[in-house]
Ligand binder design. Structure first.
Ligand code: XUL
Length: 541
């Protein structure tokens, strides 16, 4: 019997999943645990995993919180579970994408000599050259995006080189802002990690490389060569090449679990540590998208829509991204910032529980009688909305049921409209992430996309994907050419009984309403006329 550990360091929590792969063919998840940052470690002062800031565009988290959380989760696994730690052959991490961790010259030594008698976080207090980490929700780098874009001959050239035009949350623009605003601290930085590569570094006690899945979220990596792009580095900040870990294939082994974990909690120093990847590339594996033709929608803090791509096909409209897939291929992705927190705000304003939320979705009419909400509670990534501000058309903000339906319809229509560039005829969607348990939401997903929607057995596809990546990297390290289909077998089967089929009449209704939704977006962004007359047709109906 072999066990593999996957760890997902996300915006609001750290999740661990252990899978068992036995010689007799049995495969199952044997352990799953999530550790919520705000409630379990309140001393870090985060709300939804991020630090308060007067500027809504600046969103940072304390990296020491992620370190403390890792110690707690490993302790929980060692002390509170039945898992035989010595059977864990390999571990791999998943991290919220784009977030960066800045380390000084003392980090390398400190991480290689950790004292197992003291908590990890107590020993790494002095290794940060920047005490907070900008994360994917930060949208404060528009100026840096413009500068990088200009230096690289415009958005199309940048997207062609790196897989995306410049995005505020991407690590390159964030590094440039750090260099601009805190040049001394930048100069004192010797290593810049992503959340994912920092996690692998903590596990093996030495600097881990960045994989092409997460490296593509930086505006710094040459997507086709899967190596840093010198022109992008030069356009971002001086001396950057020396501060970045190398890019290596996702299945690379970064090292072995360090003696800190072995001596403190009883893990084995034989356990291999594979490179970490971003949470979306890990989810791609965790929902089983190792070949073309299907897409997945993850409903988490961010809502993302993604699919496998055999070749890098970049969005000429500049909305989407191409990242590396952990299989060595590519993936397309589009990200919406106002995901679960927007749903939560609407639910809280109406004083509902999640059960009420689901019930109300079943009771309100599809199309919401033309009442539309643009859920921009925070600055939005897709479409680009620099200033937050919820907009309502024909909808009273005191109308609880109307707002519940409106927020979900808005999210689904925005996803369908803004993902057209992927050119995928969607007939099947795998739904994952916390809100994928809400069948009311999935019904609207099925009708808006005109596709069958399936739930999967394991809701946390990023952590599962990380565990599956650990298994695959172990197979590669053992010299076995186990295929990805074989790696994911039995773990990612969509639940046949969970299928939600689209209703043809509602599909037709949403096909029209998607145009109305676009008109509302265009109007709200100052690019189109007031859609009132367009909406009235549905209000009278
Ligand atoms: C993807 C993105 C988010 C984060 C959240 O580009 O920004 O999905 O990865 O975890």
């Amino acid at each position: 019997m072999s066990l593999f550990l996957g760890l997902d360091s996300s915006t609001q929590s750290l999740t661990a999943i252990v899978i068992e792969v036995s010689d007799g063919g049995e495969r199952r998840v044997v352990f799953e645990h999530s550790f919520q940052f705000d409630t379990e470690l309140p001393e870090y002062g985060t709300t939804h995993g991020v630090l308060p800031n007067d500027d809504a565009q600046v969103v940072h988290s304390p990296p020491a919180l992620w370190v403390a959380a890792l110690d707690h989760v490993m302790e929980f696994l060692a002390r509170e579970s039945e898992v035989d730690l010595k059977q864990i052959r390999a571990v791999a991490g998943s991290g919220q994408q784009h977030g960066s961790v800045y380390l000084n010259a003392s980090a390398t030594g400190a991480l290689s000599q950790l004292d197992p008698r003291r908590p990890l976080v107590e020993q790494i207090g002095t290794i940060f050259s920047r005490p907070t980490s900008p994360i994917w929700m930060d949208s404060s780098t528009s100026q840096e995006c413009r500068e990088i874009t200009d230096a690289l001959s415009g958005p199309s050239a940048l997207a062609d080189l790196t897989g995306s035009r410049a995005f505020e949350r991407f690590t390159g623009p964030q590094i440039r802002k750090f260099y601009h605003t805190e040049p001394e601290a930048y100069a004192n930085t010797t290593t810049i990690h992503l959340v994912s590569s920092f996690l692998a570094t903590l596990l093996c006690g030495e600097h881990a490389a960045i994989d092409p899945g997460d490296g593509a979220g930086m505006n710094l990596m040459d997507l086709r060569r899967k190596a840093w792009a010198p022109a992008a580095l030069d356009a971002t900040a001086p001396g950057l090449q020396d501060k970045l870990p190398p890019v290596k294939e996702s299945s690379t082994i970064a090292g072995r679990l360090s003696s800190y974990w072995a001596e403190r909690f009883g893990f084995s120093t034989e356990t291999l540590v594979a490179l970490s990847s971003g949470d979306n590339p890990c989810s791609l594996i965790g929902v089983g998208l190792v070949a073309s033709g299907r897409i997945a929608i993850s409903l988490g803090t961010s809502d993302t829509l993604f699919g496998f791509l055999p070749q890098p096909v970049v969005d000429s409209g500049g909305r989407g991204h191409v990242f590396g897939s952990p299989t060595g291929d590519y993936m397309s992705l589009i990200c919406f910032l106002n995901g679960s927190l927007a749903r939560e705000q609407i639910r809280d304003a109406a004083g509902y529980s999640w059960d009420d939320f689901e019930r109300v979705l079943g009771e309100t009419p599809p199309g919401n009688r033309g009442r539309v909400l643009l859920p921009w509670f925070a600055p939005e990534i897709t479409p680009h909305v620099p200033e937050s501000g919820v907009r309502r058309y024909g909808l009273d903000d005191s109308d609880g049921p109307g707002n519940v339906r409106a927020v979900v319809e808005a999210q689904m229509m925005a996803m369908a409209n803004h993902s057209e560039w992927m050119g995928v005829e969607v007939d099947t969607i795998y739904a994952t992430g916390g809100a994928a348990s809400n069948r009311g939401i999935l019904t609207i997903m099925a009708d808006v996309h005109g596709a069958n929607v399936y739930q999967l057995e394991v809701g946390n596809s990023a952590a599962l994907g990380a565990a599956l990546r650990a298994f695959q990297a172990f197979e590669v390290a053992c010299g076995r050419g186990t295929s990805w289909d074989e790696v994911i077998r039995d773990f990612v089967t969509p639940l046949a009984e969970s299928r939600i089929a689209p209703d043809p009449e509602r599909v037709e209704l949403y096909r029209e309403l998607r145009r109305v939704y676009t008109a509302c977006e265009e109007h709200a962004l100052g690019r189109g006329e007031d859609p009132a007359s367009f909406l009235a047709r549905y209000q009278d109906a």
